[in-house]
Design a protein around this ligand. Structure first.
Ligand code: SF4
Ligand code: SF4
Length: 84
C-alpha cells in the first residue's frame, strides 16, 4: 500500500481535473491572482484551469470568498481554512 505522502503527491492527485467551480463564483479573479503556478485564468469572468496539473496547494479553494472551488466530493463538507 502507498504511503499517504506518495498518494497526495502522485501525478493523479495533482490533476487540475480534480478541481471544480460552482455557480456561486462571482468572477472576482482572486484564485487566478493567487495561484502560485498560474494554473488558473479568468476568461470572460469565468475561471478556467489552463494547466493539466498544479501543485495542489488548495489555496484557491480556501481563499475563495464564496467557497465556490471544490476538490473532489468531500471538500464542501470540510469547509475552508485561512491561517489567522
Ligand atoms: S476566487 Fe472564487 S469567486 Fe473569485 S473567481 Fe475564483 S472561484 Fe470565483
Ligand atoms: S490548488 Fe493551488 S496550485 Fe492548484 S490551481 Fe489551486 S491555487 Fe493553483
Amino acid at each position: 500500500m502507498q504511503s499517504i505522502g506518495k498518494r497526495i503527491y502522485d501525478g493523479r492527485t495533482r490533476r487540475t481535473s480534480n478541481l471544480s467551480v460552482e455557480q456561486t463564483c462571482i468572477g472576482c479573479g482572486l484564485c487566478a491572482k493567487k495561484c502560485p503556478v498560474h494554473a488558473i485564468e479568468m476568461q470572460h469572468k469565468h475561471l478556467v484551469w489552463v494547466k493539466d496539473r498544479c501543485v495542489m496547494c488548495l489555496g484557491c479553494l480556501h481563499r475563495c470568498p464564496t467557497f465556490a472551488i471544490q476538490c473532489g466530493p468531500n471538500t464542501k463538507r470540510h469547509g475552508q481554512y485561512l491561517h489567522p
